[in-house]
Write a protein that binds this ligand. Structure first.
Ligand SMILES: [Zn+2]
Ligand SMILES: [Zn+2]
Length: 172
């Protein structure tokens, strides 16, 4: 009985923390909607900026919400080479860091580096040769990768939140 009591208390605390965080972010989104009426704000499990829809998809995290607003304000669209993606991510975080004091949001440089690291890991996995595991080189023309070791060519799927696929392209 004691353990279930503790579990129940833990759940209640977690629930309270979640709603507190969620409410803080709802207030932020209300302010942002008023300050940036040209963007739409839509709640989503996978936060991102959609240029075509002029929509910021946000989750319960205030720092991430400001980051997505950063992409929106910088007019980020799609990216070409993977290296451009890291540059866009960093630029959006810099924008979020500038906006953070105005909206009372705390973003640490550790948070930013952790977010960028997760992108670097994903890009590293995209660059690994599906045939021999060597690190490939990405073309700036068609964005395909070529392996310097076994000369395989592949295209890596986009969408960081989806399962990564690397499809081999037949030699021309
Ligand atoms: Zn981003
Ligand atoms: Zn290879």
């Amino acid at each position: 009985m004691i353990s279930s009591g503790i579990r129940c208390t833990t759940l209640l605390i977690l629930h309270a923390i979640f709603w507190r965080v969620y409410n803080i972010n709802m207030k932020l989104v209300e302010r942002l909607s008023a300050d940036y009426p040209s963007f739409r704000f839509v709640s989503s499990a996978t936060p991102h900026w959609n240029q075509a829809e002029h929509t910021i998809y946000y989750n319960a995290d205030s720092a991430t919400t400001l980051h997505e607003l950063g992409h929106a304000l910088l007019g980020h669209q799609s990216y070409g080479q993977d290296i451009e993606l890291i540059q866009m991510e960093r630029a959006a975080w810099n924008k979020a860091l500038c906006l953070a004091p105005k909206y009372g949001v705390r973003i640490s440089t550790e948070d930013v580096e952790a977010a960028l690291d997760s992108y670097r890991d994903w890009l590293y996995k995209r660059s690994l040769c599906p045939t021999c595991g060597q690190c490939g080189v990405q073309s700036h023309v068609d964005y395909c990768y070529t392996c310097p070791n076994c000369h395989s060519r592949w295209r890596a799927s986009s969408g960081k939140n989806k399962r990564l696929r690397r499809n081999i392209i037949a030699a021309q």
